[in-house]
Design a protein around this ligand. Structure first.
Ligand SMILES: [Zn+2]
Length: 245
């Protein structure tokens, strides 16, 4: 079993009232959060997912709409779910430091010193291939303005696999890395090209015939993409469940 639960399909601006980026990946061997925007805890609780069931968080880059929810997850572990097992934070180098700093700015009471569980870091660089909660993760760099960089991920669970774009302009990497995947979750911020670091619906239409995924789902949706009456490509929505047996 491999299940992708879209907790948040929104962009940084919560277009259409959608929650920030967050996807729960579940398989027989564990659960990870792919991205953890500020509203992720709401998404988990809305879907009846106990936050403590999550083994690890994997972020594509260090923009607030992708990692700003981790301090609230830690806060829940400290005061609500009383976690005592290790929690893994995976993402570009400095992810743990950025989270620690963010937490310290949000809450000055030095809770971190009392965290009764281990916070493990897995720094990820382009080209890395590693296991996270039983999932095989391959990281690659994508074109997005982010410090130190933004990563796309190809993630497999047994015979199932998915590709995730992160936040990115269109990249030819998506073409070859999508081959033989079950799902490509691709960001789509606007209908027409607007920036050099996000993908538009026009970019996707121009390239979709080259993709090798069984299912293409657009996410991180901007206002106009969300509002469009009919699209030729499937759109994600909050609480959407995509499951592979
Ligand atoms: Zn974003």
């Amino acid at each position: 079993m491999f299940r992708v639960r879209v907790l948040g399909s929104g962009d940084a601006f919560n277009a259409g009232g959608a929650l920030h980026s967050a996807y729960l990946l579940e398989h027989d061997g564990g659960k990870i959060l792919l991205e953890c925007g500020p509203s992720t805890l709401a998404g988990l609780k809305r879907n009846g997912v106990p936050p403590d069931e999550i083994d690890a968080v994997l972020v594509s880059h260090l923009h607030g709409d992708h990692f700003g929810g981790v301090p609230f997850l830690l806060l829940d572990y400290l005061f609500c779910s009383y976690r005592d097992r290790p929690f893994v934070i995976a993402g570009p180098p400095s992810t743990r430091a950025r989270i620690t700093s963010l937490y310290a700015n949000l809450y000055k009471e030095e809770h971190f010193q009392r965290m009764p569980f281990e916070l493990r870091e897995r720094a990820v660089s382009p080209g890395d291939s590693f296991e996270l909660a039983g999932l095989r993760v391959e990281a690659f760099r994508v074109p997005h303005e982010a410090e130190p960089f933004c990563l796309g991920y190809r993630i497999s669970a047994g015979r199932h696999s998915m590709l995730f774009s992160g936040d990115s302009a269109w990249s030819e990497e998506f073409v070859h890395r999508s081959q033989s995947t079950d799902l490509f979750l691709c960001e789509c911020c606007s209908m027409k090209p607007e920036t050099d670091f996000h993908t538009s619906y026009d970019d996707i239409l121009a390239n979709r015939d080259k993709l090798g995924c069984k299912r293409l789902v657009l996410t991180h949706l901007g206002t106009d993409v969300r509002a469009a009456k009919k699209l030729e490509v499937e759109r994600a929505f909050d609480d959407m469940v995509i499951e592979f047996d």
